[in-house]
Design a protein around this ligand. Structure first.
Ligand SMILES: Cc1cc2nc3c(=O)[nH]c(=O)nc-3n(C[C@H](O)[C@H](O)[C@H](O)COP(=O)(O)OP(=O)(O)OC[C@H]3O[C@@H](n4cnc5c(N)ncnc54)[C@H](O)[C@@H]3O)c2cc1C
Length: 260
């Protein structure tokens, strides 16, 4: 099993929560998989890039501030210094905090093996509860986030406290603006901790498409989202709380975008 920062794997090493890995292969020496690059229409983020590196990256702060915000909410300093964005994807927890941002921005994952390389849209990467499209012989190499003119992206995490809290609800909202008269386009509403995998709320996206961020649109979107998601009760929260809070978070983000 590949090990990057080890912040997910090491929790399993005692064997108390399932079989620990028999052997591990440290990826730390693969410097090619670290850091950021711009390829004109997209930002490329190496799989071994840590949350601290994301927080400090001028490129990421300029082009993808919502990912910087998400990185800042993960664990605390120790976890941010070691935990990687590739590990967050491969671990495929529904509560992974970067994952809604990657879904909302239509990111693609570049996978590689001795057989070659391929691209998988993040929306197709999570195949079920903690399962992914990653084959056993593949590594996540980098994440490609397209940069779309006029796109705005927002992020909000709700947890028990500001650090070391796994999300009760995590949400990312993205849209494109086309001046004052036209409504929003390419709306994305992505959530974590409300289903078995990170999800996009497509009915809610459709309700916001072509709309301006006015109170009626926010009310309709919140109502649609509450009806669309099917969260569960677990140790961290209840289904009712998650549904209500997800709807209110979305409402608030639309209100902030509308300036009312
Ligand atoms: C105290 C604590 C707090 C935490 N808080 C948060 C939080 O607030 N939000 C959050 O989202 N997560 C949190 N986590 C979870 C964890 O830190 C993140 O999921 C992190 O991104 C995992 O990255 P890693 O590099 O440490 O992964 P590792 O533990 O090294 O690996 C995790 C899994 O990914 C696989 N893997 C890693 N890199 C690759 C690659 N390049 N290609 C293929 N497979 C790969 C490994 O084989 C393994 O299965 C927390 C963990 C701890 C211990």
């Amino acid at each position: 099993m590949p090990i990057a920062g080890g912040t997910d794997i090491m929790v399993r090493i005692t064997g108390e929560i399932g079989e620990p890995p028999e052997r591990m292969l440290d990826l730390a020496g693969l410097d090619d998989l670290r850091g950021f690059a711009l390829d004109g229409r997209a930002i490329l983020i190496g799989a071994l890039t840590t949350y601290t590196e994301i927080r400090r990256s001028a490129m990421c702060r300029e082009h993808l501030p919502a990912l910087v915000e998400a990185a800042a909410t993960i664990g605390a300093a120790q976890i941010q210094n070691r935990g990687t964005i590739g590990g967050n994807l491969a671990n495929a927890s529904a509560a992974g905090d970067t994952l809604p941002v990657l879904l909302a921005t239509d990111a693609e994952i570049l996978l590689g093996s001795a057989r070659g390389e391929r691209r998988v849209p993040v929306a197709e990467f999570f195949t079920g509860y903690r399962t992914t499209a990653l084959a056993p012989d593949e590594l996540i190499l980098r994440i490609r986030v397209p940069l779309s003119a006029g796109r705005e992206v927002r992020f909000r995490k709700v947890g028990t406290r500001r650090a070391q809290a796994i999300s009760k609800v995590v949400l990312s909202l993205a849209w494109r603006e086309h001046g004052r008269t036209a409504g929003w386009s390419d709306v994305r509403v992505a959530l974590g901790s409300v289903a078995a995998t990170p999800i996009r709320a497509m009915a809610t996206e459709a309700a916001l498409e072509g709309r301006h961020p006015i109170p009626e649109a926010a009310d309709l979107a919140a109502e649609t989202l509450a009806a669309e998601i099917e969260p569960i009760d677990d140790v961290r929260s209840t289904a009712d709380y998650r549904r209500t809070v997800a709807a209110r978070v979305l409402h608030r983000l639309i209100r902030e975008a509308g300036g009312w």
